[in-house]
Design a protein around this ligand. Structure first.
Ligand code: SF4
Ligand code: SF4
Length: 265
């Protein structure tokens, strides 16, 4: 599912009638508050409240007024993650029902890519078990990186040659490796195209490769992905899982996911 086409989210101005049991996590103009029955609460107050299973949670986010910076997005991710724990503990329902469909959020988009990370965090609420959550977050990060890099042709591919290797006899970008994938760089010279590169496309959906930016691109564009600035990676994987995602180059999605799930604790 594309980042923008989730059925449980309504985008743009959308009128919804909330009853007194609805907890709205509301964000606009750098202000994040919980609204219940027209009263406003911060996280500290919200975390001390008692709830029943008649309560339901809804997200209302308006990013159109102010550009969402990384630090602000990071804060929102923290609050959403803490809210998930409270929701689980108190068996609070997620979303409201309209015409037989559950709607979880109303989002007015702005211009920041970090909004996509918040949308991912909302989606996590609908993952009923760890496997689903892990797969969802992994796929969302892949989509996010594709949106930022592939869709905008950051690598400047022209005639199958990327900008960093334009003058070299290489049409595979950085989808090459030494015979020994991990230590070959120390003693081998010959590079081989990755076996997952088929018809000039990666068939592995390898998140680690997607995070990789060569020195040329980092210097030219300032784009560098880390476990700190990809917020779903920062918030939904533990240190061992982060390490796996840092080193698992040339590895298909399902193989990496198996390892990530093995180290879930
Ligand atoms: S990261 Fe660098 S080497 Fe790899 S495809 Fe992009 S421009 Fe080419
Ligand atoms: S797994 Fe990595 S190196 Fe192989 S094709 Fe995909 S992106 Fe390229």
């Amino acid at each position: 599912m594309s980042l923008e086409k989730k059925e449980y989210i309504k985008y743009g101005n959308y009128d919804i009638l909330f009853d007194k049991y609805t907890i709205i996590l509301n964000y606009n103009n750098n202000n994040l508050k919980y609204i219940i029955d027209n009263n406003y609460y911060n996280y500290k107050q919200f975390s001390k409240m008692k709830f029943s299973n008649t309560n339901k949670l809804f997200f209302k986010f308006d990013f159109s007024e102010k550009y969402l910076e990384l630090s602000e997005a990071d804060y929102i991710m923290q609050i959403i993650k803490k809210t998930k724990k409270i929701v689980k503990k108190n068996k609070i329902n997620i979303g409201i029902t309209e015409e037989g469909k559950t709607i979880v959020a109303n989002i007015i988009r702005g211009k920041s890519d970090y909004e996509l990370n918040i949308i991912t965090a909302i989606g996590v609420f609908l993952c009923n078990d760890y496997k689903k959550k892990c797969e969802f977050v992994y796929d969302e990060i892949c989509n996010y990186l594709d949106e930022k890099v592939v869709n905008r042709n950051v690598c400047g591919f022209e005639n199958n040659k990327c900008i960093a290797k334009r003058n070299k006899n290489c049409s595979t970008g950085c989808c090459n490796h030494f015979k020994n994938k991990y230590f070959g760089v120390l003693y081998q010279r010959k590079l081989y195209p990755c076996k997952y590169l088929i018809d000039k496309r990666c068939t592995a959906k390898c998140l680690t490769c997607k995070m990789h930016m060569c020195d040329y691109i980092i210097k030219k564009t300032g784009i560098k992905f880390t476990t700190k600035n990809i917020l779903p990676l920062k918030y939904y994987f533990n240190p061992i899982q982060k390490f796996i995602l840092k080193v698992e180059y040339f590895t298909p999605r399902d193989k990496t996911l198996k390892k990530l799930m093995f180290f879930d604790f």
